[in-house]
Every structure is written in C-alpha cells, then in structure tokens.
Ligand binder design. Sequence first.
Ligand SMILES: [Zn+2]
Length: 341
Amino acid sequence: MTDLPTFIAGLPKVELHVHHVGSASPRIVAELAARHEGRSPVPADPEALADYFAFRDFAHFIEVYLSVVDLIRDADDVWLLTHEVARELARQQVRYAELTVTPYSHVHRGIPAPAFCEAIEDARKRAEADFGIALRWCFDIPGEAGLPAAEQTLRIALDERPDGLISFGLGGPEIGVPRPQFKPYFDQARAAGLRSVPHAGETTGPETIWDALRELGAERIGHGISAALDPELMTHLAERRIPLEVCPTSNVRTRAVASLDEHPLPQLIEAGVPVSINSDDPPMFGTTLNDEYAVAARLLGIGPEGVAALARDAVAAAFLAPAEAARISAEIDAYQASAAR
Ligand SMILES: [Zn+2]
C-alpha cells in the first residue's frame, strides 16, 4: 500500500473551483513578467517571486492578484497562461477542470473579447491534445465591479459563446455585494443554457447562499461553507443534491475560517451535503489540488478509500456528460483497485 500523499498524487481527479489568473504559478508569472520586463512591478525572477507571493493579508493578496492580471496584456499572454495552467493541472492527474475565467478584467484592460475567447479556446484544444486534460469555462462576474461588469460578462458569454463555456458565475467580495441584484443576468445566462455557479457563503452567512439558490438558480455553490451554520440549508442542499465547492486552505488564507481545525468540512459531510474538494487560487494560497485532498483527508480522518470517494463525488458534481463522468469514475475505481494490491 502506498502512502496517502503518493496515492493522492496519482489519483485521477477533476477540479471544479479554480480561477484562471489565480492559477498562475511563480513559474508562469515569471514567464509573463519576462515578456513585459520593465513595464510591470512583478519580478521576473522566480526566487524573488516567491517573496512577492508571500501575502501579508487579504488586501495584499488582492494587490498581488491585480498586478498579475495587469501582466496579461495580449492574446498571446492569455494563451500562455491557459496552456501552462492546464499543464500544471494535468501533472496532478486532473482529467477535467472547470476554470473560472473573468473575461471582464481582460477586456477592460484592452484585450478585445473575440481575441480573448479565441485565445482560451485555442489553448484549451491544444492542452487537450498535449496533456490529455479537458478544460471547460465558467465566465464569472467580478461582483465588486457591479452591474456594468455583469452586463458586459453576459454579453461576452452570449455573443462570443466559446465552445468550452458551460457556466456563469459570480466572484469577488460578498460583503456589500448582494447576490439578488444579479438575477436578471443569471436569468439570461441560464435561458441560454449556461449552468449557474455563483460564489456564496464564503465570507458571509447562510442567507447569501439562500439568495444564490432562490435568486440566481445556483446549481452548485462556490465555497458555501457558511451553510454549516444553518441545518435547514444543509438539509436542502443534501436533498436537492446541490454541491458546495469547498476550498479549505483558501478559507484559512482569506480568514473566512480562523484555522483548518475549525473548518466546517466535517459538519457538511456529516449532514450529507454533496461537496467537491478544490484549490481556488492555488499558487497564491500556497497550495495545490493534491494538497487540498490531503487537508480534507486529515480533517475527515479518512484514508485512500475515503479520498477516492471524494474524487468520485467531485466527478458527480461536475457538469460532465454522463459517459465522460462514468469514464473518469471508472478510472478512479481502477486506480484505487491497483493501489490496494
Ligand atoms: Zn473562488
């Protein structure tokens, strides 16, 4: 029997909550910074970058995040980022990932929407051929930019409608950004066949999650950890099979949760709420999807069998065609059986 980290590293997985720019590792950021040397505050040297990525607090995290967004200036940068993120996911045996992309940020900084969408699509197809990983997009509204950003994100989604686009999201801060105001945009996105995946209940209480369900038709919730404070909500999520995308380390880094030991993952699982384990902005939070599975295993007191079950739960929560979901689940089964030998 292999040890747990080795088991996790080889386990076929899906990743459902990971941000496109937030996945830029120091290696990728260094490449982008080198392309724009002298025109960015971001160091191009990977060692200096490690210090640059050491966050003092959440405000500092946002500052660094935005300086990385500023490094993405043309379609070639978008392509490079997307293809390299896919490479790093595939190295962790991720077979399928739903990447949260914020087209508004890039279009706002001067990359035309058609060029942006063409770059992510071309990188998606190339990554599938190069690394055997399938990528899909969730276009999300940066909530802090308000309704104009919602309108523009919807327009890009519906007018460009890249083949890999499957869902519509809402990110950014929750405090001071009520979910119900975005209802008309989610209504139109859903009418056009996109799935609804807003962030909710990360830094605010269960009422935000109820809003996301009732007003935005959420089919999965980004984070949603404050559901643990509301037994009725947990029952609702369990009965309707509405999964939460749980990102434990992110919650500690953003101080949504005081420490990993206080993370509500065990209560959510205990209540039968479907969850997937995810990494959010992994290099920025000093984690990986594999690390998040290890964290979950520790919080839940589970071994390889339980970890494989978590991987299957994530497959069930994915917006995958049934045949594709069955194929990845079968791969997990086969891996588990071979590891037990
Ligand atoms: Zn997120």
